[in-house]
Design a protein around this ligand. Sequence first.
Ligand code: AMP
Ligand code: FE
Ligand code: FE
Ligand code: ZN
Length: 280
Amino acid sequence: MLDFRADLHCHSTYSDGTATPQEIIEMACQKGLQGLCMTDHDTIAAYQEAGPYAEAKGLSLISGVEFSAVHKGASVHILAYSFPLQSPLIIDFCHQHHQRRLVRNQAILDRLSAHNMPLTLEEVHPQALNSQASMGRPHIALAMLKKSYVTTIQQAFHDYIGEGKSCYEPGYTFSVEETLDLIHRAKGLAVIAHPHLIDNTALLRDLLTMPFDGIEGYYARFAKSEQERWVKIGQHRGWLVTGGSDFHGAIKPSLPLGCSWTAEETFKRMLAHFKQHSMH
Ligand code: AMP
Ligand code: FE
Ligand code: FE
Ligand code: ZN
């Protein structure tokens, strides 16, 4: 049997992943993972299916979500873990993100239309108006590909919908500070997602002074030498050092489930926190 592995970062069909929660749990069991967390973008809808299914399979599941935030104009992803799934604060915040996404997505589609690339919300996502689903730019990129407006998803981001490009719209946003405050009021743990991808040193410096509880030191398929820096930063602060694959299924085939993981001791602490706060 493998050493203990818990993948604490993956995306289901409730956001921009291509596998359903049940399929992800099946995959996790096949790969011999003992712990898992679904971190869809700005929604916890996967847990309605995932909770009972993981329990039946004997897989330890903790609550999670990947919140989108902005600091001084830069996009920041914040992983929230171990909050009670019934938390009205988290549920309401996810609803606010859904509203934000609807307005923002429509603004992007309006811009695409003005650039002779018309698309409707329904063409992009059949469940666009369903508050359970988190529709995002990857869905828009895929729809652009289907309509032959671009030849690759990368091109859609690079030429049109990437940050600062001609059809990009940030819409209204939530700050890192208010997101951290919300997570803590909801009795959750806040973790800096994939610091490996942050190339803005001023942003990184600011984030490292904020009241996070952890950092995603082990991420995707980065080499051990590239993980070390983040692991050390986390250890130095006494933070949780988490790990996860950022699995998205077929849309990002280079990142298999379980390619990065969280160690047993860290996962047990997060599981204990989840259980303790979920009982009240
Ligand atoms: P959204 O949350 O709707 O603004 O979409 C952000 C998501 O788009 C990120 O989580 C990435 O998965 C994806 N993304 C952002 N930039 C790119 C890019 N240049 N190429 C491919 N995917 C991207
Ligand atoms: Fe994503
Ligand atoms: Fe992310
Ligand atoms: Zn992610």
